[in-house]
Write a protein that binds this ligand. Structure first.
Ligand code: SER
Length: 304
């Protein structure tokens, strides 16, 4: 039986992966530095992924075969303390690699992000392999991770895989510390009839992806035979692109009464270095990546 360790499991993605894997015939061990706020359908341990010996012991004791390493300080929070963000993102990443090599871990998943792109990447519609000049510490750590994935895959024949997630849209689990968080925040406030102060400028367009697409896509990608995967670092994937104003219009049409006040801050500057659209042809070609949810279906879920 596959025995999966999920690190950073209390985040937006972790909680959804737990939900998905709970319905499969696999063992799941979730870890995080914060306690679960809800009852989990799997085992859980408090563990800091920057503590290598502790994670190593956990992997051994629980006979882990697969790791979803989701620990990350996201873009906006990262800018508040770049040294800490780099340390958490990269030290935990390096630990997981070393532990995986030592313990013969079969497969590892590590999310990358649209934050690896930059102003030189042709942001109108980014290719799989453009110039990458990330301008946030989060993006720089993701790009470094991508390069290391390629390196470790070759050097140690490790099977570590990665997808460049756009902003993830989810309503049961919440994001934290990201630039794309505005999307969920606006919905939550307007749905309650409250006003929302948006930290992005009204026409700042960003690519987003509904959580079910992200999870199912990731699972499909992880199940592929490695020799089908021509991209050795991280695949572009995307759902839909939207501006805050377009989202506001949709929410008004859905009957929301709250208003949006636009007060762009440093997060808008981050967003302006990210793509408006993403070319995901390689993922479609290599492993049949598909999107089921557009913005309207995602909003239907939010208002269910
Ligand atoms: N959602 C992330 C962020 O906004 C991007 O990967 O930081």
């Amino acid at each position: 039986m596959e025995r999966i360790l999920i690190t950073g499991a209390m985040g937006q993605l972790g909680l959804e992966f737990i939900k998905f894997f709970s319905k499969q015939n696999v063992y799941i061990l979730a870890t995080d530095i914060i306690k679960p706020k809800i009852k989990l359908s799997c085992d859980f341990l408090i563990a800091d992924a920057t503590n290598k010996s502790n994670i190593d012991a956990i992997v051994k004791q629980n006979r882990i075969t697969t790791i979803y390493h989701l620990v990350a300080v996201l873009s906006a929070k990262g800018e508040k303390n770049p040294f800490k963000a780099w340390q958490i993102n990269m030290e935990s990443f390096q630990n997981i690699i070393e532990i995986s090599i030592k313990n013969n871990i079969k497969k590892i998943f590590w999310p990358s992000s649209i934050a690896v792109f930059g102003t030189k990447s042709n942001l109108k519609n980014v290719d799989q392999d453009p110039i990458l000049n990330p301008e946030t510490i989060y993006g720089i750590s993701k790009l470094a991770g991508e390069k290391l994935i390629n390196y470790y895959n070759k050097k140690f024949n490790l099977d570590i895989r990665s997808l460049r997630y756009p902003g993830i849209v989810s309503f049961n689990s919440k994001p934290g510390g990201g630039t794309t968080d505005y999307f969920m925040e606006m919905i939550e406030k307007l749905k309650q009839g409250e006003n929302y102060t948006c930290f992005l400028e009204k026409n700042t367009k960003l690519p987003m992806l509904y959580i079910d697409d992200a999870i199912l896509g990731t699972i499909k990608y992880m199940s592929m035979n490695k020799n089908k995967l021509s991209i050795k670092d991280s695949y572009n994937i995307t759902g839909f692109s939207i501006t805050p104003l377009e989202l506001e219009d949709k929410l008004i049409k859905l009957g929301c009464k709250g208003k949006v006040i636009y007060k762009p801050d440093y997060r808008d500057k981050i967003a302006k270095t990210w793509p408006r659209k993403i070319k995901d042809e390689k993922a479609k070609e290599d492993w049949d990546w598909k999107v089921e949810f557009g913005i309207d279906q995602a909003l239907n879920e939010a208002f269910k």
